[in-house]
Design a protein around this ligand. Structure first.
Ligand code: MN
Ligand code: MN
Length: 328
């Protein structure tokens, strides 16, 4: 039996229903499996074949969808209503048919995002582990290297590990090698933790990336870090990648490689809000691992940070002169 509201007919509109009913989608946005009439596509990438320690990020998209049901329309701090600026749609999952074949899996993810990009849709992805950023960048870089704001406890510019070139500790080294990122327009914020070797992140420094260790962030603050990010990335197109392990494990226990002494959720929110004006062309939020997520806190914080990221992309898209939704 199909439920058809009688007393409150406006509740036929998906976003007007009680927020706890029906299958969960990102932000309770409509779900579609085509890119027609979509400006910003929110996409799950339930793949964690690139993790080096605790797994589980393949369950991240579902948990973030569930927790995002509490997200409302308007950003109270900036006044931005992303759903008025762009047609936001849950495009489902870029799921992988051969999850045990790592390079083939990354190829499948790239193929999905090529279709999204060629339809002119701005992709916001929810991982999945951080290895998914490489195939997404291959699809969205569109011929030219991008700048990037990267918020993470780790630089993810390592080299081969356990016999593989592709894992969640190396995607941005590979992206530079493949000409997808301009390292001089990349900033990495929140870096910390014990190292396998003193020069573990040498590639970041030697290639010219701006690395902001957590100590510098702690001394100078989120507002300075945002200014620095805007300076480094400049005017050109940029990608945004947010690893939830950048947050302190107190705020994000549900992740594969937690590192003590990280950002608060509020610092991350305020840092993201200060990035208005950057020409973002896509983003991902990765490494939410629900099996380690007591009380759903990590996924809840991820959903709130994804909303900040959505607001940035809705504004950036508008600034590029793209049309918004037709007036109702
Ligand atoms: Mn990390
Ligand atoms: Mn990472």
């Amino acid at each position: 039996m199909v439920k058809s509201p009688k007393r409150y007919p406006e509740m036929r509109e998906p976003r007007a229903r009680p927020r706890y009913v029906g299958p969960a989608t990102f932000f309770r946005a409509p779900h579609s499996e085509t890119c027609e009439d979509v400006d910003i596509g929110v996409i799950g990438v339930p793949f964690d074949g690139g993790v080096t320690h605790r797994p589980g990020a393949r369950h991240g998209p579902r948990a973030v969808r569930e927790q995002s049901t509490l997200i409302r329309r308007v950003n109270q701090a900036t006044g931005v209503d992303p759903f008025a600026l762009a047609r936001v749609v849950d495009l489902g999952d870029a799921w992988v048919e051969e999850p045990f074949e790592l390079t083939a899996a990354l190829g499948e993810i790239e193929e999905f995002f090529l279709a999204v990009r060629s339809a002119g849709v701005v992709p916001l992805s929810v991982g999945g582990d951080h290895s998914i950023s490489l195939p997404i960048l291959r699809a969205v870089a569109n011929g030219g290297p991008l700048g990037m704001v990267h918020i993470d406890a780790h630089c993810d510019t390592g080299d081969d590990y356990l016999g593989s070139r592709f894992h969640h500790g190396a995607p941005f080294r590979r992206a530079v090698e493949e000409g997808l990122l301009d390292p001089r327009r990349v900033i990495q914020i929140g870096v910390r933790g014990s190292l396998g070797a003193a020069d573990a992140w040498a590639f970041s420094y030697e290639s010219g990336m701006r690395v902001v260790p957590i100590e510098e962030f702690s001394d100078r603050g989120w507002r300075w870090a945002a200014d620095e990010a805007r300076r480094v990335v400049g005017q050109g197109p940029a990608y945004l990648t947010f690893d939830i392990d950048s947050l302190d494990p107190a705020y994000a226990p549900g992740t594969g490689t937690p590192e003590a002494g990280g950002l608060t959720t509020l610092e991350a929110q305020r840092l993201l809000r200060e990035l208005r004006g950057v020409d973002f062309v896509g983003a991902d939020l990765v490494e939410v691992s629900p099996p380690f997520d007591s009380a759903g806190l990590t996924a809840l914080n991820a959903a709130n940070l994804l909303f900040e990221i959505l607001c940035l992309h809705a504004e950036a898209r508008q600034a590029r002169g793209a049309a918004g939704p037709a007036p109702a």
